[in-house]
Design a protein. Structure first.
Length: 179
């Protein structure tokens, strides 16, 4: 449980830092840029200050990870945004920020290509090692079968057969590891 809480805390902290950095320095995260959105201060129409960015992201990122409270907050925030003319959530109202449209959103085909490119590093290791692992296993089994066959044909005593079998296991394992 302590490890899960530690991971959650570290994840939340990095997420908070990520969003605050982009809100203050750029006014948008890479994801918001793709959709042509920008977060600005409601009164000055400039990028958020660190304090306002912290308020916005703390409410938006930390509350949602608390069981039950996060779900309740998300649901309430959703309906508040739907019912508000400005489409502001609790986090925007509390921090004095608003999200505006500055550019047209990327076309869907560009978004799809980006999605695939982001997923690619996660998909490739899954596809290729499976084939490689099955070939290694097959080579290992073939090596061990040949070794056992030679052992059976040699007519060795049972004690000697165990010793040869152990040597076969080591030899096949070493051959499997080396290219």
């Amino acid at each position: 449980v302590l490890t899960s809480l530690s991971v959650l805390l570290v994840y939340s902290l990095f997420t908070l830092i990520y969003f605050i950095y982009f809100d203050v320095n750029k006014g948008f995260t890479p994801g918001k840029k793709i959709y042509g959105l920008k977060v600005i201060d409601n009164t000055t129409n400039t990028n958020l200050t660190y304090l306002n960015a912290f308020k916005r992201e703390f409410i938006n990122r930390f509350l949602i990870v608390i069981p039950l409270i996060g779900a309740l907050y998300t649901l309430i925030n959703f309906f508040i945004m739907l019912s508000s003319d400005e489409r502001k959530g609790v986090h925007d109202k509390f921090s004095g920020s608003k999200v505006i449209i500055v550019n047209k959103s990327w076309p869907i085909w560009k978004q799809f290509i980006l999605f695939i490119l982001i997923l690619l590093p996660y998909l490739l290791p899954v596809a290729f090692p499976i084939q490689q692992a099955s070939k290694i296993q097959s080579d290992y089994e073939s090596c061990f079968s040949q070794c056992i066959q030679l052992m059976n044909e040699s007519g060795l005593a049972i004690k000697e057969q165990y010793k040869v079998r152990d040597e076969c296991l080591l030899e096949c394992r070493d051959n499997r590891v080396s290219p």
